[in-house]
Design a protein around this ligand. Structure first.
Ligand code: FAD
Ligand code: SF4
Length: 339
């Protein structure tokens, strides 16, 4: 492992000050100083030689209580950045009022990982692309301009939506799909002060710079995630399809939230996981459903719209059919929920 200095700042402002001192024009994932929370993603990539920070800023010493709080009221849900995945997954209010969030977390990783991993770390987790993880392969995300071994390599796990000619890596997280479906926002604090980012704008498409993964500056710390209340949050669920039923990333998943009048759709919120390079909101599918009776035909039409722009590679064309079926099932199961 590349040698590094370990620090445990006591407050947000102290952490930001250290990070901004060594901040450069690098994106956060290549900056000399990097934040660590649960470490389940970053420490893995440091051991593999993919991440090589010179300074590691451990956020677990931060004293601000709001970073560890879960709060719900009539306005919505507020999740501190250092809340552990397992605590949010088992929170009674989240299960009752935002089941899609609880399910997306319950179905992710393993019990041990969920106890260790933070919510902010989860949304910022990096891809599991095998060629990204193994440093002997060319990879534009790891080494800008080096090429993409996955294009002509084994790409069964790779994305069919949001790809570019430079990168087809899947965004593997589950929680992010629930957040983008529910119009979440992310609060950050950095050298230039505090700001709010729409969750839908946090992650960047790979386009011609796959190594720039988010809109964050290297000295910006995610402090909280906010989810607004809505008529659709209670009737919501997360369906995840994978190679084995536990402890595996999604091949395809659907986060669905519905506001129904009988069986007619007032509002639909849909996101797709396992199939895209970033958390993926399926707005065309939502548009098709608005004002329609939600039956199998309407769900199938929505699924067609969701994958209309999909671009398969040699080994991952199956994800298009799988993704459509996952969405159809997700929509019909959400319709039939007793709320
Ligand atoms: C075997 C295995 C299986 C897994 N399966 C799944 C799965 O099925 N579904 C799923 O969604 N995930 C899965 N994961 C990923 C896991 O959920 C993530 O590793 C975890 O959520 C990351 O959180 P962390 O707190 O450990 O992040 P860290 O490793 O501490 O950090 C991750 C990244 O976020 C940055 N960061 C962390 N906190 C902040 C902050 N507050 N502000 C700014 N930057 C920050 C770090 O600098 C780093 O770049 C799996 C992981 C493993 C190892
Ligand atoms: S798909 Fe992206 S992450 Fe994977 S090898 Fe290609 S450039 Fe790297």
């Amino acid at each position: 492992m590349h040698p590094f200095v370990y620090e445990r700042p006591a407050s947000l402002s102290a952490a930001v000050a250290v990070a901004s001192r060594s901040a450069t024009r690098h994106p956060p994932t290549q900056a000399p100083a990097q934040f660590i929370a649960g470490g389940t993603n970053l420490a893995d990539y440091m051991k593999l030689g993919v991440a090589r920070p010179e300074r590691l800023l451990d956020l677990n010493g931060l004293s601000e209580p709001a970073l560890r709080r879960i709060e719900t009221d009539g306005e919505g849900l507020r999740l501190g950045a250092l809340v552990r995945m397992g605590d949010a997954a088992e929170n009674a209010e989240i299960k009752r009022r935002y089941p899609v969030i609880a399910e997306s977390l319950q179905l992710a990783a393993s019990g041990q990982l969920r106890n260790m991993a933070s919510l902010a770390g989860n949304i910022l987790q990096r891809t599991r692309c095998e060629y990204f993880r193994e440093t002997s392969w060319p990879c534009n995300k790891r080494e800008p301009g080096s090429g993409c071994a996955a294009m002509d390599g084994f790409n069964r796990q790779h994305a069919v939506l949001g790809t570019s000619e430079n990168c087809i890596a899947t965004y593997h997280g589950d929680f992010a799909q629930a957040l983008i479906a529910l119009d979440a926002t992310v609060h950050v604090q950095g050298h230039n002060g505090r700001r709010k980012i729409l969750f839908a704008s946090l992650h960047r498409l790979p386009e011609d710079s796959p190594h720039i993964e988010t809109d964050l500056a290297p000295d910006e710390i995610v402090t909280a995630i906010e989810v607004p209340a809505g008529a659709w949050t209670r009737r919501s669920r997360y369906l995840k399809i994978r190679d084995r039923q536990s402890y595996a990333f999604a091949l395809a998943s659907a986060a669905v939230a519905l506001d129904l009048d009988g069986e007619t759709v007032n509002e639909a919120r849909i996101a797709l996981g396992g199939v895209a390079t970033v958390p993926w909101r399926a707005r065309a599918a939502e548009e098709i459903l608005r004002g329609k009776v939600l039956d199998e035909a309407a769900a199938a039409a929505a699924a067609e719209a969701a994958f209309a722009e999909a671009q398969p590679r040699r080994h991952n064309a199956f994800k298009i059919e799988l993704g459509k079926r996952t969405l159809i099932r997700g929509l019909l199961e959400t319709r039939d929920m007793k709320v």
